[in-house]
Design a protein around this ligand. Structure first.
Ligand SMILES: Cc1ncc(COP(=O)(O)O)c(C=O)c1O
Length: 450
């Protein structure tokens, strides 16, 4: 099937979004009043519904694919990835078992193996696409518990000799709090380790906390290092974490949901050194790899523990496929599985690795341009990372009022965040590979006038 028309529509839409507003102004009643016409009693022509839905999305959405959306890791998306997602919807392959969707399963396996090798993980690594980073982090905790405590799977936490604990920094993603809740560990099992002056996990405090918990009869299991923290894009000291986890017999999970993409860049990958020693890694294709949501990835060097954690046998599923393949419903959280990996496969195939390196390094470069321009304009930069997230402030800043004015004038979308116990500061992340130096310079100059 030729997708020329779709590609044309994508290009047209990109141009329209780039030339239009970024932030909507709308109230819930306004949208609900509009939706009241859809009582689903009378069928409507598809063209009419499509036109109306497009209009709603255009007017009532923060446009995360706008080049001046400096936001929360939601990327602009490559046309090849959109074509991939469209094909997935059209063919609707079911990836639960290999036999049902051999092509789709092998495309995912091929893509994941390529990225696992870039992370420096062994060929035997187990990997799967997930709905996003939260599911990948959940997978990591479940597999780590299963490996540490053989009784966990059958008897739950009740069957364990001691209560397990997990270690994250205060800058780690909040999904771990929910995961501690959902797995039955309880939110108190999550130990919040101090950060250093750069908002990176402090390994000395980690060692102190692990030792104290062991003395108290608890069972430390996992340390989470973040490669690209959500708030400030910081990279925890991965080599030191790896050495510590090795010496203490702890599982090292690296949450590289956003920052993991930097491993493709020869200029940036040195900053992720140590990730190759991880027991498991989260990396989201729907962040810096610029494909539509939801596309997370979970990598784990302990394939046998993954198989144990997610084992399933029922008579209603087709029998096991022989010949060195896995049936994903037995190696991951999900059962029915969408063909998540196609969009990344197609985007990589179309741009090639060099194209991706260029895209990633372009955004990293713009991060520096933004940093420099803000400093020149008198803003105080409060984080220091090679990744394109800039946190900044100035004396007397009222972030709420400032952002409201920024949105009202449609200058850009950015957010505010609190680092450590500090006052809220502004946060801008280059998330669009279509952003230009001119976009960055003009945003800073317009901001300075606010
Ligand atoms: C570091 C980090 N980990 C995990 C997540 C959760 O990922 P998702 O929203 O894809 O579930 C995020 C989301 O921004 C993140 O920044």
């Amino acid at each position: 099937m030729a997708f020329d028309e779709l590609r044309g529509s994508i290009a047209k839409l990109e141009a329209e979004i780039a030339g239009g507003p970024i932030v909507p102004s709308v109230t819930p009643p306004e949208i609900r009043r509009h939706l009241a016409r859809y009582d689903f009693a009378t069928p409507l022509p598809l063209d009419e519904v499509t036109g109306d839905v497009e209009e709603m999305l255009r007017t009532w959405q923060v446009h995360v694919t706008h080049p001046r959306y400096f936001g929360l890791f939601n990327p602009s998306v490559t046309p090849a990835a959109v074509v991939g997602d469209t094909l997935t919807a059209m063919y609707n392959p079911q990836l639960a078992t290999w036999r049902t969707s051999p092509a789709a399963n092998e495309i995912e396996r091929h893509t994941l193996a390529w990225l696992a090798a870039r992370f420096g993980l062994p060929e035997t690594t187990a990997a799967s696409f997930t709905s996003g980073g939260a599911e990948a982090n959940l997978s990591a905790v479940i597999v780590a518990l299963t490996r540490a405590f053989p009784a966990y799977g059958e008897h739950g936490l009740r069957g364990l000799p001691a209560s397990p604990t997990l270690y994250v920094s205060g800058e780690a993603h909040h999904s771990f709090n929910k995961i501690a809740h959902m797995t039955g560990l309880g939110r108190h099992a999550l130990r919040t380790v101090a950060t250093d002056g750069d908002f990176k996990l402090d390994v000395t405090d980690l060692a102190r906390r692990v030792a104290a918990d062991r003395r108290d009869g608890l069972a430390p299991v996992m340390v989470v290092g973040t490669a690209g923290t959500t708030a400030a894009g910081m990279i925890d000291p991965l080599p030191e974490l790896a050495a510590f986890c090795r010496s203490e017999g702890l599982w090292l999970h690296v949450d590289a949901a956003w920052g993991g993409a930097a491993v493709l860049s020869p200029r940036l990958r040195g900053h992720l050194a140590g990730i190759e020693a991880a027991d498991s890694i989260t990396c989201d294709a729907h962040k810096w790899l610029s494909v539509p949501m939801g596309a997370g990835m979970f990598f784990c060097r302990h394939a046998e523990a993954v198989a144990e954690a997610f084992r399933a046998e029922t008579s209603y599923m087709p029998g096991k496929t022989a010949g060195g393949v896995v049936d994903p419903y037995t190696t991951s959280v999900q059962w029915s599985r969408r063909f998540i990996g196609l969009k990344l496969f197609m985007a990589l195939a179309e741009r090639g690795e060099a194209g991706y390196v260029e895209m990633i390094e372009h955004q990293a470069r713009l991060g520096y341009v933004l940093r420099r321009a803000l400093a020149r304009a008198g803003w105080r930069i409060v984080n220091n990372t090679p990744l394109p997230v800039v946190c900044f402030t100035r004396d007397g800043l009222d972030p709420d009022a400032f952002l409201a004015a920024l949105y009202r004038r449609q200058i850009a979308w950015m957010s505010q965040v609190r680092l450590g116990r500090g006052e809220p500061v502004l946060r801008a992340c280059i998330t669009s590979f279509r952003a230009t130096e001119a976009d960055v310079e003009s945003v800073v100059s317009e901001m300075s006038a606010l």
